[in-house]
Write a protein that binds this ligand. Structure first.
Ligand code: SF4
Length: 67
């Protein structure tokens, strides 16, 4: 029982991977100078918690995309 993920379904594994991607993105946003009120991207105007969960979305940072 080295890897507990083997007991999850493929969909559950995918969900965990998506959550992990969102978490990493939100960590980048938390360090970003464009984050407003801890919730909103100053470049896109969107809630980062929402946008970071959209797998096809890209960070709109004007100098260098963060994710
Ligand atoms: S510019 Fe990118 S890293 Fe910065 S708050 Fe917006 S989405 Fe997050």
């Amino acid at each position: 029982m080295d890897d507990p993920r083997v007991f999850l379904t493929d969909n559950a594994l995918l969900d965990i991977e998506e959550l992990w991607i969102q978490k990493r993105r939100l960590e980048s946003c938390a360090q970003c100078e464009f984050l407003r009120n801890g919730t909103t991207c100053g470049q896109s105007g969107m809630l980062v918690s929402y946008r970071a969960g959209l797998l096809d979305a890209k960070c709109p940072h004007p100098a260098e995309t963060k994710w």
